[in-house]
Design a protein around this ligand. Structure first.
Ligand code: KIV
Length: 285
């Protein structure tokens, strides 16, 4: 099976083929998403919220992203895997950004890194690309600037914002970014940015005019019934399914109805063949 590459993604934009990106944080989900045909798996710093239970992405560390990248890589065969640069892992200096991006590539094994911010990070993007590290940009609502923005607010509504976003996208493209996430901006502006650059845009809360779309996997699966933002389409009700299935297991245990005889080993039966005690997440069992 051929891997999705930064070149094949650019080809998708040129041919008008939409790009599907989903977040992934572990090998089991990575395998399922890879089999479902996702082009890109993003090991996003959203893991600080959906995995770690923080209110923002700010506490996530480079070690966290490295750990989850390694797991996700084990589950994939086709998807292009991108590791997110956490808050304050690149804002301090070019050297800090180079070192930490290198860690995501070398220790995490990912195929590219993503960083939040526009023209102000163009020098770092150019250095990373020159060193052979593909960079995905991220502009608009940048969750690492939560406190600066005063919350998770749609960006780009004020006068001059569209021009600034186009300028940021052009600066990132000129520095060598191979794709740019557009988050939480009006659809009209996202379409304008998309038309202004040759590299693919991947939208989240940015309308249908982007070259691709991304959602946090837990949100599209409906893991948290309380979370219903406008930009998420819920494709399943997995939260309720998990609660129901585990509730039935718990009830069976309490009633002494699990395990049944055919789910137990017996001295009367021939010795069973050795078998792994748990499924192997990457699907290699
Ligand atoms: O961290 C993340 O998951 C992201 C996407 C939502 C774009 O940055």
């Amino acid at each position: 099976m051929t891997r999705v590459t930064i070149q094949s993604l650019k080809g998708q934009k040129a041919r008008g083929e939409k790009i599907a990106m989903v977040t992934a944080y572990d090998a089991t989900f990575a395998r399922l998403l890879d089999e479902a045909g996702a082009d890109i798996l993003l090991v996003g710093d959203s893991l600080g919220m959906v995995i770690q239970g923080n209110d923002t992405t700010l506490p996530v560390t480079v070690d966290d992203i490295v750990y989850h990248c390694r797991a996700v890589l084990r589950g994939t065969r086709r998807a292009h895997v991108v590791g997110d640069m956490p808050f304050m892992s690149y804002q301090e200096s070019l050297e800090q950004g180079m070192r930490n991006a290198g860690r995501l590539m070398k220790d995490g094994g990912c195929h590219a890194i993503k960083l939040e911010g526009g023209a102000q990070h163009a020098p770092l993007v150019a250095r990373l690309v020159a060193a052979g590290i593909p960079v995905m940009g991220h502009i608009g609502l940048t969750p690492q600037s939560f406190h600066q923005m005063g919350g998770f607010k749609v960006q780009g509504r004020e006068p001059g914002a569209a021009e600034r976003l186009v300028a940021d996208a052009r600066a990132l493209e000129a520095a060598g970014a191979y794709a740019i996430v557009l988050e939480g901006i009006p659809a009209e502006i996202a379409a304008e940015v998309t038309a202004a650059i040759a590299v693919p845009t991947i939208g989240i809360g940015a309308g249908a005019g982007c070259d691709g779309q991304v959602l946090v996997v837990y949100d599209l699966l409906g893991m948290d019934e309380r979370f219903k933002p406008k930009f998420v389409r819920r494709y399943a009700d997995v939260g309720a399914t998990v609660r129901d299935a585990c509730g039935r297991f718990i009830a069976d245990v309490r009633a002494g109805a699990f395990p049944a005889a055919n789910e137990s080993f017996s001295l009367d039966a021939p010795a069973p063949a050795p078998t792994p005690l748990y499924s192997v997440a990457g699907g290699k069992s």
